[in-house]
Design a protein around this ligand. Structure first.
Ligand SMILES: Nc1ncnc2c1ncn2[C@@H]1O[C@H](COP(=O)(O)OP(=O)(O)O)[C@@H](O)[C@H]1O
Ligand SMILES: [Mg+2]
Length: 323
């Protein structure tokens, strides 16, 4: 999939919020792409734009989303064919996607029957197979349960099983492990990696936790104020961060010191999208800010090693790839 020049704006009474303001990225088969950034950076709006489920008053203003040769934004039929099938999304709170009054079995088999055209018994059998794939040990019993009987981690597994049931090619996990405790989060991360290896599924994994990105993603895009500020292999982003924002995010990894449990955060706050700084959107918080940064917005450049960064520090050191 190729996302090209994506712009998604919210048309509010107070003005136009450019939540996603010119985003470009590609996702290969079997790739896990991490998207990281503080709350309000535009991560969710970007992926909701892919599926065209941006809530009002949001609107995709511009861009292309090319999936298997078709532009999902231009081809009305195409998005209907892939949403919830080839491309599925799981959220932080799976309860919002599960129907509380229907059993897990009913919800899973309905999708399977629709998608694969199977009888009830066949669909039940398939459902059990998918639940086993997400490491649920007692699938027959689970099918009889209602969503509120399940823990958060189990619900997330059910959501992943549903995605497998429709033979999903791209799974978008938007803060899907954020609400889970650390052990369960680890299990889900391990499961997603295993499914990628076995089924060559592509995954877009959104989080605001650098530690989690480090564990799961092959490549990482760092988002801030609706734009990608840095993009490289996760190893490169972690070991040789180039953007001051990424450096700050890495420093903000919570210390595991049990006594302190102090979450260091980046000083200052994300500016309102209605009052972005004139130049670089990070300039008001950046410790390396110069006059130019306050006046002129940097373009995204590709450095010699392929690393992409949007910062004046690297002016002239690479090729401009994106305004
Ligand atoms: N329903 C909405 N109405 C108005 N503005 C919105 C709405 N949802 C998101 N936005 C705007 O889009 C920005 C990015 O939101 P979002 O993509 O949810 O951030 P993230 O997922 O990175 O935390 C928000 O800071 C806000 O300005
Ligand atoms: Mg979000």
């Amino acid at each position: 999939m190729d996302v090209k020049n994506l712009h998604t704006y919210f048309y509010t009474k107070a003005g136009v919020s450019k939540a996603v303001n010119g985003v470009n990225f590609s996702l290969r088969e079997g790739e896990i792409l991490g998207i990281i950034g503080e709350s309000g950076s535009g991560k969710s709006v970007a992926v909701k734009s892919i599926l065209q489920i941006v809530p009002r008053p949001g609107k995709i203003a511009e861009g292309q989303i090319i999936y298997r040769g078709r532009d999902l934004l231009a081809d009305k039929q195409a998005i209907g064919q892939v949403r919830g099938k080839d491309i599925t999304m799981i959220f932080q709170e799976p309860m919002t996607s599960l129907n509380p009054v229907l059993t897990i079995g009913r919800q899973l088999t309905e999708g399977i029957r629709l998608h694969l055209g199977l009888s009830k018994e066949e669909a039940n059998q398939r459902a059990c197979e998918f639940l086993k794939q997400v490491k649920i040990t007692n699938p027959e019993e689970l099918l009889t349960r209602y969503p509120h009987h399940l823990s958060g981690g189990m619900r997330q597994r059910v959501m992943i099983a549903m995605a497998l049931a429709t033979d999903t090619k791209i799974l978008i996990a938007d803060e899907a492990t954020t609400a889970l405790d650390v052990t369960i989060q680890q299990q889900i991360i391990y499961l997603l990696k295993e499914l990628r290896d076995r089924l060559h599924m592509s995954i877009i994994f959104i989080t605001h936790d650098m530690g989690v990105i480090n564990e799961i993603a092959d490549n990482t895009a760092v988002m801030y104020c609706g734009k990608i500020q840095e993009y490289a292999s996760t190893y490169e982003v972690m070991k040789h961060p180039r953007h001051p924002y990424t450096e700050a995010l890495l420093k903000a990894i919570p210390s595991i010191d049990a006594e302190q449990q102090k979450l260091s955060t980046i000083p200052g706050s994300v500016p309102s999208l209605l009052a972005l700084p004139e130049g670089c959107s990070f300039s008001n918080r950046c410790t390396q800010c110069t006059d130019r940064c306050r006046e002129e917005e940097p373009k995204l450049i590709r450095l010699e090693d392929g690393h992409r960064v949007r910062c004046w520090k690297y002016d002239g050191q690479g090729e401009v790839v994106d305004s």
